[in-house]
Design a protein around this ligand. Structure first.
Ligand SMILES: [Zn+2]
Length: 309
């Protein structure tokens, strides 16, 4: 299963990612780890990355993508991967798609761990850490018995300065601005699934596992392996069906679904990577205008709701 994980700071997606790694035996690709490994191994990409970092610059997207591609070729990534922290914007998502298309391993799922912003605020601003033993509390959800004092050792609880309300709200705003376009991007591809990131860790993991297994079933039914470029396209079409139904909801015009899916598939099959990148821009534009009202409607209330709160 090839998965991109999306979720705000405080959404708990890091915890969920670890559980996914254990359950499905697929590695998590974190760009930080890939960078460190490539730099210490002294690969060509690693040297490029180091040069950029030494110069105080960001590592170029194509360097990061190259590292992801190299990592993909390692044996433990045969069954797929979980990408966390990349892509962060549309150009990165497009280059990632192009690279994965080249190697015949397209993404199968973009999984959003969705948590209301006010819950995120409480999770992040409510954190307190014991200065003595390191125990972690949350004044809203898991408060100590005596305010400011550690239950375990009586130590003073500390509030990190970057957990203050303004800093956190700003971080969440940046996240929202970066991620909202990605959510639309993967939704338009029929690859987005959303798990509510509220409740116990195991409840959340259950709903995430259900999503993944629902995704894997149609693939198995069609007999798609890790094979050629053509097969994943079939898989994509199959996998897209349930979403289309969900998204379409009550009204569910089948035509719309077919129309949506068909041009995309065609585009991708032909598409040399470069084309895919170029094409993507007009796609966005086209979708905003043409795209089924539902998609627009759905997106709008969400944003509105978040802003209100
Ligand atoms: Zn303590």
């Amino acid at each position: 299963m090839r998965i991109v994980l999306l979720g705000a700071p405080g959404s708990g997606k890091g915890t969920q990612s670890k559980l996914l790694v254990e359950k499905y035996k697929i590695p998590q690709f974190s760009t930080g780890d890939l960078l460190r490994a490539a730099v210490s191994a002294g690969t060509e990409l690693g040297r490029k990355a180091k040069a950029a970092m030494d110069a105080g610059q960001l590592v170029a997207d194509d360097v990061v993508l190259g590292m992801i591609q190299e990592r993909l070729a390692t044996p433990d990534a045969k069954g797929g991967f979980i990408l966390d922290g990349f892509p962060r914007n549309i150009p990165q998502a497009q280059s990632l798609d192009a690279m994965l298309a080249r190697v015949g391993q397209p993404l199968q799922l973009a999984l959003l761990v969705d948590v209301d912003i006010e819950v995120l605020m409480k999770r992040l601003t409510g954190r307190r850490t014991c200065g003595t033993c390191g125990a972690i509390y949350n004044v809203y959800y898991t408060p100590p018995k005596v305010p400011g004092k550690c239950d375990k050792c009586g130590g003073m609880l500390q509030h990190r300065s970057d957990d203050n309300e303004n800093t956190v709200r700003n971080r969440l705003k940046v996240y929202e601005e970066q991620t909202a376009p990605l959510v639309s991007y993967y939704k338009a591809q029929g690859k987005l699934r959303t798990a509510r990131g509220v409740g116990s860790i195991s409840d959340i993991f259950k709903s995430i596992s259900d999503i993944i297994e629902a995704q894997m079933r149609p693939l198995a039914a069609v007999g798609v392996g890790t094979g050629s470029g053509a097969k994943p396209a079939t898989a994509r079409a199959v996998a897209a069906r349930p979403v289309a139904k969900e998204a379409a909801g009550k009204a569910a015009p089948k035509k719309a679904v077919k129309k949506k899916a068909a041009p995309k598939k065609a585009a991708k099959k032909k598409a040399a990577p470069k084309k895919a990148v170029k094409k993507a821009a007009p796609k966005k534009a086209a979708k905003k205008k043409a795209a089924p009202k539902k998609a627009v409607k759905k997106a709008a209330p969400k944003k509105a709701a978040k802003k209100k709160k």
